[in-house]
Design a protein around this ligand. Sequence first.
Ligand SMILES: [Zn+2]
Length: 258
Amino acid sequence: MARIEILTAGHCTNLEVMAHRASPWRPAAFAAAFALIRPQGGGALLFDCGYSRHVMAAMAGFPFQLYRRLLPITLGRDAAAQMAERKETPTTIVISHFHPDHIGGLPDFPQARLVCSRQAWEWVRGRRGLAGLRRGFLADLIPADFTDRVTFAEDLPQDGQGHFRLEAGDETLSLVPLPGHVPGQLGLLARRDGGPRVLLAADALWRRTSLEDGVLPHPLAMLVHHDRTAYLATLDRLRAWKQAEPDLEIIPTHDAGA
Ligand SMILES: [Zn+2]
């Protein structure tokens, strides 16, 4: 039973129709949510870490101004400030994938162990400039000692469902492969203190309603996803899971309700 707090660190602005093709063509905020997880037995982990000033600095030059023009970013209070307020020092950051709205705060946590999938890392590793932009990857956000601090999910023990088991405090959290948006995207599954299980679902879906109404992102936004077939298969799997376990709370990063 973990205490799970859903927080946000900034947002970008895009058209609502991009997330949900039946919605209006009006600008909407896509919050960069992240989660603070305090497992039983102590310690604190983050799932992703939102935007931060480091993203703005890394996007200052060509070609990333293009990205900023397309998806204007509004910074909020960053993850580091929110952790300082709570007097928490996260010892582990689980990285769902390497888009800037998920890893923007990494430079502010130089001591944390990092956990991600090897597949997600290999997909972006070494890509700079246009090669990085094509995969939405800002190499400047990656700490110089990344390889010393990272644990790859694929090297953790697996359970019967193909989830990777991450020990935290007295608990075992599950890292759930959610491929499609990018290769190797990970969600995090934990039981909320006194409540149901929670799946932090990153960008496997952008709007919670997509699970019930089956409405997909706009075709233009679907182009952003690396593998459309895998994306749809992941969405189907989440829908079936939610039907089998109605209490399960599925929280997308950009529709976290935080
Ligand atoms: Zn993403």
